[in-house]
Design a protein around this ligand. Structure first.
Ligand code: SAM
Ligand code: SF4
Length: 359
């Protein structure tokens, strides 16, 4: 049985069709922001909770959203489907750790119907990898072709000190399970000054040796953490200059729909991406918006402005109000973020953590 059949078997037919909203919810009405950018990419944080406590992402003792504030999986499906109907072609499920949300495979199965219908080009996932041994095969069966797995180090002791609660071997097993399921893998590594900067070359060789892409990310000032961000921040311009001593890197036009700019590393044959929100403004081509697990839409990762979609979602069974609220929100999408990390700006640019809006 296909995922679509499995999913539709659980959802009443009238419910399924109302989710693919007619009328106002049609891709004939694409989402275009005031700067002429088409919004075609939605990232959804399905939970702010996580089984790790990465030092750059969370404080050790986090206060999470009350469970009662969370949208149900059915509501998340309806919201995502409304965005698909308005022209979203790429959907990334993220968190917190998305795979720790109870019954999360129900959502993947439900959303897979948009892949089967051709309305959605890609359904994908960002994960810390800890639950992939359990879910990789099911994810592939739902039409996922690629996953992003976050891995900042190859050293188990260092992994423990970065993630605080993570288990390195579990993530390695997760990568093996993803490979076995036929999923393409992209590793994401946050470059951290004095923490993993001596390992970047090893990460490149590890990823490319296994046929994975690797993307390096600059740490962004999101949410209060226990440490000092000025101490963690490592500009990728420095990392890139160092890598150029070891590797021949050629810019390539490859894009994943996100903000990374890629090079081909001649010595390994693999692709290496750079996400540089701090040293290079990547906003001009931004095609993304982000939805939280409480139904709040952030039009920019680096700004506080947001729109409440939970109220219009719950106010009516059809999507007319919801679609109007989406239009109103897209009309407020800002030109870009104003991230700064320096010794004078000790407070985060925005107070919410990356785990709320999703990476
Ligand atoms: N838990 C999953 C994971 O770790 O992949 C998904 C959510 S996590 C918030 C998504 C990505 O954001 C991860 O690659 C993580 O390393 C990155 N991240 C978290 N906090 C960050 C920060 N302050 N600056 C830059 N990247 C961050
Ligand atoms: Fe969890 Fe991902 Fe944040 Fe690490 S980066 S604490 S794995 S949400």
């Amino acid at each position: 049985m296909s995922c679509l059949e499995a999913c539709n078997g659980r959802l009443p037919a009238d419910k399924v069709s109302s989710m693919i909203a007619p009328g106002a919810g049609s891709a004939e009405y694409p989402m275009v922001d005031p700067f002429g950018r088409h919004v075609t990419y939605l990232r959804v944080s399905v939970t702010d909770r996580c089984d790790f406590r990465c030092v750059y992402c969370m404080s050790e003792h986090m206060t999470f959203l009350p469970k009662k504030d969370l949208l149900t999986l059915e509501e998340l499906d309806r919201l995502c489907s409304a965005f698909v109907a308005r022209g979203v072609r790429k959907l990334r499920i993220t968190g917190g750790e998305p795979l720790v949300r109870k019954n999360i495979m129900w959502l993947f199965r439900a959303l897979s119907r948009h892949l089967e219908s051709g309305r959605l080009e890609e359904l994908t996932l960002t994960t810390n990898g800890s639950q992939l041994p359990r879910y990789a095969a099911d994810l592939a069966a739902c039409g996922l072709e690629r996953v992003n797995v976050s891995l900042d180090t190859l050293r188990p002791d260092r992994f423990k000190s970065i993630t605080r609660w993570g288990d390195f071997s579990q993530v390695m097993n997760g990568l093996a399970a993803a490979e076995k399921a036929g999923l393409a893998i992209k590793l994401n590594a946050v470059a951290l000054k004095g923490v993993n900067e001596d390992e970047i070359e090893d990460l490149v060789r590890f990823a490319h040796g296994r046929g994975y892409d690797l993307t390096l990310i600059e740490t962004m000032p999101l949410g209060e953490i226990d440490g000092d961000r000025t101490e963690q921040y490592l500009p990728l311009s420095i990392v890139r200059a160092r890598l150029m001593d070891r590797f021949t890197m050629e810019d390539i036009p490859y894009r994943t729909g996100g903000p990374a700019r890629f090079v081909r590393v001649a010595e390994t044959g693999g692709r290496l991406g750079f996400i540089t929100p701090m040293t290079h403004n990547f906003c001009e081509s931004c095609n993304r918006v982000r939805l939280t697990c409480t139904g709040t839409l952030y039009m920019c990762l680096g700004q506080e402005d947001a729109a409440d979609l939970r109220s219009p979602l719950r106010a009516s069974a059809d999507d007319t109000l919801l679609s109007a609220a989406i239009d109103e929100a897209i009309g407020r999408k800002p030109k870009g973020h104003d991230f700064v990390i320096d010794r004078r700006t000790r407070r985060p640019a925005v107070s919410r953590h990356m785990s709320v809006t999703g990476g």
